[in-house]
Design a protein around this ligand. Structure first.
Ligand SMILES: [Zn+2]
Length: 139
């Protein structure tokens, strides 16, 4: 069984003044994370102040390689009774070179028996609205 992308058409993206740089980079298929421009502490979720030094200066940097920190397998029936069952795999994706920051994202197009904690992942961009949503495939 292969993991399926969840339906995201009706889910609004969490775009605000703090996350806009993330979505602007996603539009270019770049996965970036906020880092304090003064002390270098990675900051997720994005917000007005660094949790370490309270600076408001942010440097958005490429997140680097991704690996699977945690996941669940959600089995569900196919769209019609004639279709095969599907597996949706929500995961916590970790970026070791970005201070261990983690985002929630779907693990898609991957064999269920190959999905494991610590799996190396590559990003797959899924178009939505004016940008792209990061989902991940087991390498
Ligand atoms: Zn700081």
């Amino acid at each position: 069984m292969i993991s399926t992308a969840p339906a995201i058409a009706d889910i609004p993206l969490p775009i605000d003044q703090w996350t806009q740089p993330f979505w602007s980079a996603a539009c270019r298929c770049e996965l970036v994370m906020p880092c304090c421009a003064d002390c270098g502490t990675w900051r997720w979720p994005p917000g007005p102040f660094c949790p370490h030094c309270l600076s408001q200066a942010i440097a958005w940097q490429l997140a680097g390689p991704a690996r699977l920190y945690s996941f669940a397998i959600v089995h569900r029936p196919g769209p019609t009774p004639a279709d095969s069952p599907q597996a949706i795999v929500p995961g916590l994706v970790e970026f070791p070179e970005a201070g261990g920051m983690r985002i929630a994202a779907a693990i898609i197009d991957s064999k269920i028996d190959r999905i494991a904690i610590g799996s190396a992942l590559s990003v797959r961009w899924v178009p939505k609205d004016e940008t792209n949503v990061p989902m991940f495939v087991v390498v």
